[in-house]
Write a protein of this length. Structure first.
Length: 158
């Protein structure tokens, strides 16, 4: 009996170690924190889920035709010149468990002049299910969608 209990405890420990999924709001915060110091002088940063630390992303689309109607992006960067970003943050488990919702959001975020970006945690970036989702989006949506980590998203500002 002790052997079975020990084996079950060991398996639970392995499952905990392998579960690299970070909290969604923490990834939104990391993304915003990485973007803010790299923004061009006249850029604006909007973020959802952060207790009012940033303006609501819907405010980025005042007067913009084809603004997202069904979903609110997690992070939006507007620069007025180029490199406007609409960012959806998804954890690895969310992509693995409900990729249809993430796809629906990315589709809704198709606005001329904005790059659509899906940010996933560093630990999940090279995961098989994330790679498969990236291929699926490439085949099923119109336009481009970039994949990035919270720190790598700043590369899209260049």
């Amino acid at each position: 009996m002790v052997g079975l209990l020990g084996a079950a405890t060991a398996l639970a420990g392995v499952a905990f170690i392998l579960d690299t999924d970070e909290d969604h709001d923490d990834i939104v915060q990391k993304t915003a924190d990485n973007l803010e110091p790299k923004l061009p002088e006249h850029a604006s940063l909007y973020a959802d889920h952060l207790d009012g630390d940033y303006p609501n992303p819907r405010g980025a689309f005042n007067g913009v035709q084809n603004a997202p109607e069904d979903h609110i992006p997690d992070v939006v960067v507007t620069s007025g010149i180029k490199n406007n970003l609409i960012i959806e943050v998804e954890t690895g488990n969310a992509i693995d468990g409900n990729s249809a919702e993430a796809k629906s959001q990315i589709e809704d975020f198709s606005i001329p002049g904005y790059r659509r970006v899906l940010v996933v945690p560093d630990a999940d970036f090279d995961a098989v299910h994330v790679d498969e989702f990236e291929q699926q989006l490439g085949e099923e949506i119109d336009g481009e969608c970039y994949f990035a980590t919270p720190s790598g998203v700043t590369d899209l500002l260049d």
